[in-house]
Design a protein around this ligand. Structure first.
Ligand code: BMP
Length: 225
């Protein structure tokens, strides 16, 4: 089972996206789309992606950070398009925000992924300092998973230990591999379940080769563990 979630961010057309998906679909765990793709192609066009990927994990990443009502209305058209995994920020808190979103997602058989810390340096200014609080908010909101940065593997380790101690089972999805500097496999080694990888695959002259190389590295790391 592959541990790669491909971040599909910068494409000129949905056909270009589908071309890449057709090339790598058998060798990845899933995909993540976000505002760059949704704004450029429109929600309706991305239905082709939903239809194409089969049972792969398809994550929508709009870094939701609003009152519950607005997050629900933002998610609704994407749920209707067939998406079932949604990323929201955790720093917004539970009451009036993640509480409502989480309930709505559960009612619709969809899953919440909470951003606990980010891969860029500025995350250290505020978010990293509150990682445990955000993990707790995720637990309260029944999060299926968390986003934690491959660029700071010690945070992944700390988060995994903390969640284990609390007996809370959650997936950890880690961006920051490749273009942002972390090595493929480094997040898995620290306790992540998936590595979210964009440009290292999508901007590669040979995306399938990139995926194959990363999967191989992942297998080696998982064997070591
Ligand atoms: P790339 O591998 O090309 O750097 O892309 C990383 C992807 O992960 C982007 O889609 C970005 O939105 C996402 N991401 C990130 O880079 N850092 C975070 O802390 C959280 C993210 O979702």
């Amino acid at each position: 089972m592959s541990r790669i979630i491909v971040a599909l961010d910068r494409f000129d057309s949905i056909d270009e996206v589908l071309k890449l998906v057709d090339m790598v679909n058998a060798y990845v765990a899933g995909y993540k789309i976000g505002l760059p793709l949704i704004l450029r192609q429109g929600v309706a066009a991305t239905k082709k992606l939903v239809e194409r990927v089969g049972d792969k994990i398809l994550v929508v990443d709009m870094k939701l950070a609003d009152i519950g009502y607005i997050m629900i209305e933002t998610v609704r058209p994407l749920l209707e398009t067939g998406y079932r995994y949604f990323i929201a920020h955790g720093f917004i808190g539970y009451r009036g925000a993640l509480e409502e979103l989480s309930l709505f997602l559960r009612e619709n058989d969809a899953k919440l992924i909470v951003v606990a810390a980010m891969s860029h340096q500025g995350s250290q200014e505020i978010m990293d300092k509150h990682m445990y609080d955000i993990l707790d908010i995720g637990i309260e909101a029944d999060a299926w998973g968390y986003v934690l940065p491959a660029t700071r593997p010690e945070l992944i380790k700390k988060a995994r230990t903390y969640l284990d101690e609390k007996g809370y089972e959650a997936k950890i999805l880690s961006p920051g591999i490749g273009a942002q500097g972390a090595e493929p496999g480094s997040a898995l080694r620290s306790g992540a379940d998936y590595e979210i990888i964009g440009r290292m695959i999508t901007a590669s002259p040979n995306p399938l080769e990139a995926v194959t190389m990363i999967n191989k590295r992942h297998e080696e790391v998982l064997m070591e563990k």
